[in-house]
Design a protein around this ligand. Structure first.
Ligand SMILES: Cc1cc2nc3c(=O)[nH]c(=O)nc-3n(C[C@H](O)[C@H](O)[C@H](O)COP(=O)(O)OP(=O)(O)OC[C@H]3O[C@@H](n4cnc5c(N)ncnc54)[C@H](O)[C@@H]3O)c2cc1C
Length: 257
């Protein structure tokens, strides 16, 4: 199960869709999210994580890759449920007038953070973050349009999704915030990020590029960079870095080094 599957053929990676149709081939497989390599996959979708399955099926032996998989398996992630919406005009006014951009809530069972982003011409986006505890109580609920639902066929009860959205929205009154506008231009939508905020040791730089017979590279907020693990900055830096390292690796290989 899962979205597509990889295989090795003539030292190249192949990507197949769920129906077994070959979508394309590539010299390198770049793993831009740890989910496909983490045992967490098995709990969510069943079956081995796709990267582990591909390595086993192609009988790939690569020490660095094995060590990378071990390191990723030790990482944990704290889940977050977020509900967000975008509104304009009169509907946005009351939210734009609030005296904060980010409010951290320490004593609420449901809400941990409320972010208000004011945009041009009086529009605004609002994101409600759940507490970790609330997200843990509601594991197994995926947003209708999430990658978990689309890519991995994770099943989820849509009525539970609506209940969770309502619980987060209802919690606004308890912290003296206005209700969600009657008419939003977008949302309110549930974003369940089971893999949010990676914790533990970032994947070490020497393990994020596995050359030789494997040609697998890792990037994303779970890998080691100068930035904080679990941040947009870490994700961006690691992507740029791995691109440069692959280019060097290939040019060294071409010159026989
Ligand atoms: C609620 C919340 C608030 C945050 N706020 C901040 C903040 O204020 N500042 C900050 O710096 N960071 C923040 N972060 C963290 C930041 O968003 C992440 O660190 C960053 O987005 C990670 O980027 P990434 O590219 O490593 O991973 P992701 O953004 O998770 O990208 C991985 C991609 O892989 C896709 N994918 C997964 N599995 C598959 C599959 N099997 N097949 C195909 N595609 C797949 C996913 O859909 C996703 O698009 C926040 C995170 C959350 C959850």
């Amino acid at each position: 199960p899962g979205g597509g599957v990889w295989a090795r053929d003539n030292d190249r990676w192949q990507l197949f869709d769920k129906g077994g149709t070959l979508l394309g081939t590539a010299d390198w497989l770049i793993v831009a999210g740890s989910g496909v390599a983490h045992p967490r996959w098995t709990n969510t979708f069943g079956g081995d994580p796709p990267l582990v399955a591909a390595i086993q099926a192609s009988q790939l032996e690569n020490d660095n890759l094995n060590r990378a998989l071990e390191a990723i398996a030790k990482q944990e992630a704290s889940p977050v449920l977020a509900v967000f919406w975008y509104c304009v005009g009169e509907e946005a006014k009351v939210w734009c007038e609030l005296p904060f951009a980010v409010a951290q809530l320490s004593d609420n069972d449901v809400l941990s953070k409320v972010c208000v982003q004011r945009l041009e011409s009086g529009a605004c986006s609002v994101v409600l973050h759940s507490t970790k505890e609330f997200a843990l109580q509601n594991t197994g609920v995926y947003g209708k349009s999430s990658s978990a639902a689309r890519v991995g066929d994770a099943t989820s009860d849509a009525s539970r999704e609506d209940l969770i959205i309502n619980e987060l929205l209802d919690a606004l009154a308890g912290v003296n915030l206005p209700p969600v506008p009657d008419k939003c231009s977008y949302g309110p939508l549930l974003h369940r990020w089971g893999n949010a905020f990676p914790k533990g040791e970032a994947l070490a730089e020497e393990l994020s590029l596995c050359g030789n017979n494997a040609n697998v590279a890792f990037c994303g907020d779970y890998t080691e960079t100068d930035a904080r693990m679990g941040s947009v900055e870490a994700a961006l830096l690691s992507g740029t870095e791995i691109g440069n390292r692959i280019a060097h690796h290939e040019s060294d290989r071409a010159s026989g080094l």
